[in-house]
Ligand binder design. Sequence first.
Ligand SMILES: C[S@@+](CC[C@H](N)C(=O)[O-])C[C@H]1O[C@@H](n2cnc3c(N)ncnc32)[C@H](O)[C@@H]1O
Length: 260
Amino acid sequence: MIRNDDVDWDGWPVRDYLGENYRELHPSDAAVIAHHAAFYRRFAPGSARRSLEFGAGPNLYPLILAAAVSRRVDAVEASAAGVAYLRRQLARGPDASWLPFHALCRRLDPRLPPTLPEALAAVRVVHGDVRAVPSGAYDIASMNFVAEGITEDFAEFTGFCHHFVRSVVPGGGLVAAFMENMPTYRVGPASRWPGCPVDPATVTEVFAPVTERLAVTRINADPTLPDYGDSGMVLLTAVRRPVTPPPPAGRTPCRPARCG
Ligand SMILES: C[S@@+](CC[C@H](N)C(=O)[O-])C[C@H]1O[C@@H](n2cnc3c(N)ncnc32)[C@H](O)[C@@H]1O
């Protein structure tokens, strides 16, 4: 069983991954963008002091979507290759292939800046491990195709999901997309990556104890994308469960033997 630390993420094949998934806007991207845009429309413009993209990889559309409501967006990513791609996009200007993504995001959330570079202006790339993100550091967190695509260990998948939930303040907003039932998968001609098959029931089981207002839906597999052995995508919104307040100082919880 391959676990997260067994993998050299610096060698993540960014070019092949982009070519297979994001060089054009596929119907499944459009469905994820529609789902996520509806989530962001619940928030007032600029209301999130800091938002997190958890395992950002080279995908720009979640960063674009966060722009309408976030004063700063941290794209946390472990792979040197992924970080280098993101930094190039911000420094030299984004690839033209992201323009249709920006156009759709803006059609669904007209509060987004009119140009793609402006939509990415609040993004800060953080080269690091998502497990090092401090609890409660963000107002909103987004995770796309990460926890189920970076380990084969279901317990570790659960741990990554719970890190994701804990990254926001209690009551903070969460939005996520998962590949559904994806086994270990290949990107490009040769490379093999760990996968942990999950479905709406497993995602619900993992998130229900630590969240509230949990909404889990799914979409069918997209025939225009490579076959990673998945059966579609699972989409989630939730808020982090507020911490149960401690009893007032000097008083203990009422127990039948003491009370009355
Ligand atoms: C399947 S890709 C998904 C990328 C992107 N979120 C997307 O929407 O396409 C998984 C990403 O997680 C990153 N990753 C793996 N382990 C990580 C860790 N412990 N901390 C941060 N990023 C990690 C990988 O480098 C890779 O970019």
